[in-house]
Design a protein around this ligand. Structure first.
Ligand code: NAI
Ligand code: MG
Length: 495
């Protein structure tokens, strides 16, 4: 089947642009070797809106060879750290110039509200620019041993990095992965999620425009079991960074063990507790628990999906949170007022509604929602379950949708025990006016991030990642650079 490499898209908000459809390898858009394509859906209508070329194993080999050639022999091997930084900041500038197109693509491809998509692009720009700043500030140490020796360390890039990203924040995850990898001097083969291939390809066009040499950044569309599997097992890829389900995270780690022991970082699922104490500013706390779970339709790894409320204000918070959730504007992603758009795919839509049934059967009480919104597309009403007990599946498993589980607690010891009653440990929230309570609870929670009197307050300069089954390693901040470099020790005999 032949499909052209570009197509003009006209989006619901009138934005018209040329969408690349091919695989981006060596700075060119090319068809896959097997000539396969796959469908792209609009989550707001459930209709097929186009097709993109699919990468299979042979294409991953070609992309890896391009990345390897660029790393060892190409201009990338000779480039100065300052120039790497300049390329990244130029890419950030191009994201800024294309802000409206990129956010519109994101909203169209993922179904998320345009106001949120605009925020994603803003954060992607910040992230790329931040890592542009890091490029010429990565250095080793001189280490004293004795007078006969001069010893130092170098923080060197790893080589070709495989990067596999999910569909919930397609371009933001693209920036989180590309930024530190490139700042540190690596080359990359990045696979976007099969549900959301469009933004990554448009960003690839900007990579070329920014002036990156061929082979440094390669972007492929394809499926996890085929292209993703080829990346995770590839012998010439020496580092893999993955964001997605814990199930697939385990497979990535196993693939590394079975192939070449490539370094692995994993950013996986979560079931994060969001805790409201009696003394909290209730109005503000309700804003944060609402934002914590319903932001991005609940399709957020750090979603505050378990809400624990202290007994003195429990009934009041449940009643007011219900009112607040019902006021969220759900619907057309391209309406500027919309807060919650469509869920990304039919599979996710069904998965979420299935969890709603599980919750009902387990005996939890549906305070609001629990059903589809509207009559077309993959929309689900903001849903709140109360009377949820610790053993219920809706309290234990990641639902990845607009579904919140609420329970009551008595005191600090009990809520710490409940909060830590999870195999995950990605994030958490604490709402209280007491500094002592906030700090004690934050010290005792087993989570990679604690937000005090806020939620989802991510920033590119703050490390992000999980305890327990939420992952391995940290993204963002200086920590991410560590995950994209390896230390070389050089020891000179002066005698
Ligand atoms: P997934 O983990 O299957 O997909 C994420 C990425 O991994 C995609 O690019 C996919 O193509 C790739 N992938 C899938 N199987 C692979 C394999 N065997 N080898 C290499 N790459 C592979 O997640 P999915 O199925 O889209 O969503 C299922 C659940 O995963 C969600 O309901 C949610 O609970 C969780 N999830 C968590 C995310 C996070 O941000 N931590 C993001 C997406 C999903
Ligand atoms: Mg999957």
């Amino acid at each position: 089947m032949s499909l052209s490499l570009f197509q003009t898209f006209k989006l619901p908000n009138g934005v018209e642009y040329e969408q690349p459809l091919g695989l981006f390898i060596n700075n060119e858009f090319v068809p896959g070797k097997e000539g396969k394509v796959f469908d792209v859906h609009d989550p707001a209508t459930a209709k097929v809106v186009g097709q993109v070329h699919e990468a299979t194993e042979a294409d991953i080999d070609i992309a890896v060879d391009a990345a390897e050639a660029a790393f060892y022999d190409g201009p990338w091997s000779k480039i100065s750290s300052a120039e790497r930084g300049r390329l990244l900041t130029r890419l950030a500038d191009l994201f800024e110039e294309n802000h409206l197109i990129l956010s519109s693509i994101e909203s169209f491809d993922n179904g998320k509200a345009i106001q949120l998509a605009k925020g994603d692009i803003q954060a992607s720009i910040g992230c790329l620019r931040y890592y542009g700043g890091w490029a010429d500030k990565i250095h080793g140490k001189v280490i004293e041993t004795d007078k006969e020796r001069f010893a130092y360390t170098k923080q060197e890039p790893i080589g070709v990095c495989g990067q596999i990203i999910p569909w919930n924040f397609p371009l933001l995850m693209w920036a989180w992965k590309i930024g530190p990898a490139i700042a540190a001097g690596n080359t990359v083969v990045l696979k976007t999620a099969e549900q959301t291939p469009l933004g990554g390809l448009y960003a690839a066009k900007l990579v070329k425009e920014a002036g990156f040499p061929p082979g440094v950044i390669n972007i492929v569309s394809g499926f996890g079991k085929i292209a993703g599997n080829a990346i995770s097992h590839h012998a010439k890829i020496h580092k893999i960074a993955f964001t997605g389900s814990t199930l697939v995270g385990r497979q990535i780690l196993k693939a590394s063990a079975e192939s070449n022991l490539k370094k692995v970082t994993l950013e996986l699922g979560g079931k994060s507790p969001n805790i409201v104490f009696d003394d909290a500013d209730i109005e503000k706390a309700i804003e944060w628990i609402n934002f914590g779970i319903f932001y991005n339709g609940g399709q957020t790894c750090c979603a505050g999906s378990r809400v624990y409320v202290q007994e003195g204000i429990y009934d009041k918070v449940v009643a007011e949170f219900k009112r607040r959730a019902e006021a969220n504007i759900v619907g057309n992603p391209f309406d500027d007022a919309t807060f919650q758009g469509a869920q990304v795919s039919e599979a996710q839509y069904n998965r979420i509604l299935n969890y709603v049934e599980i919750g009902k059967n387990e005996g939890a009480v549906v305070e609001t929602g629990g059903e589809r919104h509207g009559s077309e597309g993959w929309f689900i009403k903001p849903t709140i379950f109360s009377n949820v007990t610790p053993d219920m599946r809706i309290m234990q498993e990641e639902i990845f949708g607009p579904v919140c589980a609420i329970a009551k607690f008595k005191d600090i010891d009990e809520v710490v025990r409940l909060g830590n009653n999870s195999n995950y440990g990605l994030a958490s929230g604490i709402h209280t006016k007491s500094l002592n309570v906030a700090l004690e609870v934050s010290n005792r929670l087993r989570a990679g991030t604690v937000w005090i009197n806020s939620y989802n307050a991510l920033h590119w300069s703050l490390p992000f990642g999980g305890y327990g089954e939420s992952g391995i390693g940290r993204e963002l901040g200086k920590e991410a650079i560590r995950n994209y470099t390896q230390i070389k020790t050089v020891s000179v005999n002066l005698n």
